[in-house]
Design a protein. Structure first.
Length: 524
């Protein structure tokens, strides 16, 4: 955005951006390699996410439905006493661990079920729910909402699998610090299956991608968007405002992440309910104020899902848009959330797996759907169901207001939709975006740190080095316009799917064993 740079510095920043852009575009094109399906080129990563999620949903007998009550009761702490009554089991021994060690590990988890869920949710709930939904509807029409919901529901099974594995194969240090995530279940789990070399290679690839994603998409992009919202709302373009915003954000994030996962969890368990509560409450106000249009909105969603409106691009186009936006929003299959969930205090991996399946439900099924309804209501006026902007505009939303045509991006369209019913809500939305960005940064700092320690060791020097670099990227993101870096790092988040899904598709039988063990004990 350039708000914190002089003209000379902006020129240097632009030169750096231009020089790096070809690399970023090449990497993005590689990650988003497509194959033709009918008239569409569908990204392979999207096919991998969808087919994997469908397989897990069917194999585990629709856990998003059958295990939903179990998930609610587990996150409430109803079954916490089980951890105090059963000792370590031989079927939990992995990679040479002995029974006593397993038992100690279960006691030395660092956070509760709710804190782990809040930390993971804070890493996914964000601009994808605000801007991403608006983009999906602008491109795919209201019908894209239906497929976003479907993707969220089947993505719950993927989260269940990866987070169960995250707890099962975690390491616990002598001081009780937990180290977990795809790096560990790829290396340790695949070693059990006889794929030692493949497991180590995939773990290293995942760790490298995760570090890059944490610096960019999980950090610089978040601080950049927060700074853009603040400066745009207050009209403070120019000067050193971007740099100052970056310093403030870096200071606040630094205070939190220095304390490790326990402090991160204690903050996210307060911020996530607060920011989600504000956003959901405002959405409900708008939904109920447009109560007479609810049937029209859902009719548009269901009809558009199977018989898309003119200009949207056809039935398959709507599905692709909906699934792509939902997958990018909840990150099911990327494996990042498994890092946070692995720190939970439990000796039953499946207990955290069922808690994790709530994450796509909260992120996509609830929050994204509410955002979609607000935007659809904004586009309904009287009997004219397309009075504000035309669905299916592939170049953005051309919004007609007071006879003037405006081109609004994702977050702008969402903000205008809220303001249409709640004047001045753009200020509150800015606060929500800043909170979303802040919580996402502190969660991704933990994800990246775990990957960093996997590669460079678990000592204090490695810990401090990563955190300093992470905080520097917050300032860089807020003060500079590094579109190439953001594009590159966002593609890294998507690239996480490839090594992670290989591990999930090879290790899912272990998840079945853990689920049966946990459910059978509850029945007793």
């Amino acid at each position: 955005m350039g708000t914190g740079l002089s003209a000379q510095e902006q020129g240097i920043d632009q030169q750096i951006n231009d020089a790096f852009m070809p690399i970023a575009v090449a990497w993005e094109n590689l990650v988003l390699t497509t194959i033709p399906i009918g008239a569409y080129n569908v990204p392979i990563v999207l096919i991998l996410l969808i087919t994997g999620a469908l397989f897990f949903t069917i194999y585990f007998k629709f856990p998003s439905i059958t295990n939903f009550p179990l998930a609610i009761n587990t996150v409430r702490g109803k079954y916490d006493e089980l951890d105090h009554h059963e000792s370590g089991n031989s079927d939990m021994a992995v990679d040479g661990d002995v029974l006593g060690t397993i038992k100690d590990e279960s006691k030395e988890g660092e956070v509760s079920h709710f804190q782990a869920l809040a930390t993971a949710v804070s890493g996914t709930v964000g601009l994808g729910n605000i801007a991403g939904v608006a983009v999906a509807i602008a491109l795919g029409g209201p019908g894209a909402t239906f497929w976003m919901i479907v993707c969220g529901l089947i993505g719950m099974a993927t989260k269940f699998v990866e987070c169960t594995l995250g707890v099962k194969y975690r390491d616990v240090g002598e001081d009780g610090t937990v180290y977990g995530g795809p790096m560990y279940y790829l290396s340790k789990g695949l070693k059990e299956r006889g794929f030692t070399g493949l497991g180590k290679a995939l773990a290293v690839v995942f760790a490298v991608l995760c570090i890059g994603a944490s610096f960019g998409g999980g950090n610089a992009f978040q601080s950049n968007q927060a700074a853009v919202q603040i400066t745009t709302l207050l009209g403070l373009e120019g000067g050193a405002i971007g740099f100052l915003i970056g310093l403030v954000l870096a200071g606040l994030v630094g205070i939190v992440i220095i304390g490790g996962i326990k402090r991160i969890a204690s903050i996210t368990e307060k911020i996530v309910p607060l920011m989600a509560g504000i956003y959901v409450l405002a959405s409900l106000v708008i939904i109920f104020s447009n109560f007479s249009y609810i049937d029209d909105a859902f009719l548009l969603i269901f009809e558009g899902a199977f018989t898309p409106m003119a200009g949207v691009g056809g039935f398959l186009g709507v599905i692709i848009v909906g699934f792509q936006r939902a997958a990018f929003s909840n990150e099911a299959g990327a494996g990042s959330a498994a890092i946070a969930h692995s720190a939970v205090r439990t000796k039953f991996p499946a207990s955290e797996g069922v808690v994790a399946l709530l994450e796509p439900f909260i992120d996509t099924v609830v929050i994204c759907t509410m955002t979609a309804l607000v935007i659809i209501f904004f586009n309904i006026s009287g009997n004219d169901l397309q009075s504000v902007f035309q669905y299916g505009n592939l170049d953005g939303s051309n919004v007609i207001l007071n006879g003037t045509q405006e081109r609004l991006g994702g977050v702008d369209l969402t903000s205008r939709a809220f303001d249409s019913v709640l004047p001045g809500f753009s200020y509150i939305l800015t606060l929500a975006i800043v909170l979303f960005a802040f919580s996402t940064m502190i969660s991704w700092s933990y994800y990246g740190l775990q990957a960093w320690k996997y590669l460079f060791g678990k000592g204090k020097t490695a810990d401090i080095a990563y955190k300093i670099i992470f905080l520097l990227f917050i300032v860089i993101g807020a003060a500079a316009t590094l579109d190439a870096v953001i594009k590159f790092s966002d593609a890294m988040i998507l690239a996480l799917v490839f090594p992670n899904m290989v591990g999930l598709l090879l290790l899912f039988p272990r998840v079945r064993e853990e689920l049966n063990r946990y459910v059978n004990l509850i029945k007793k």
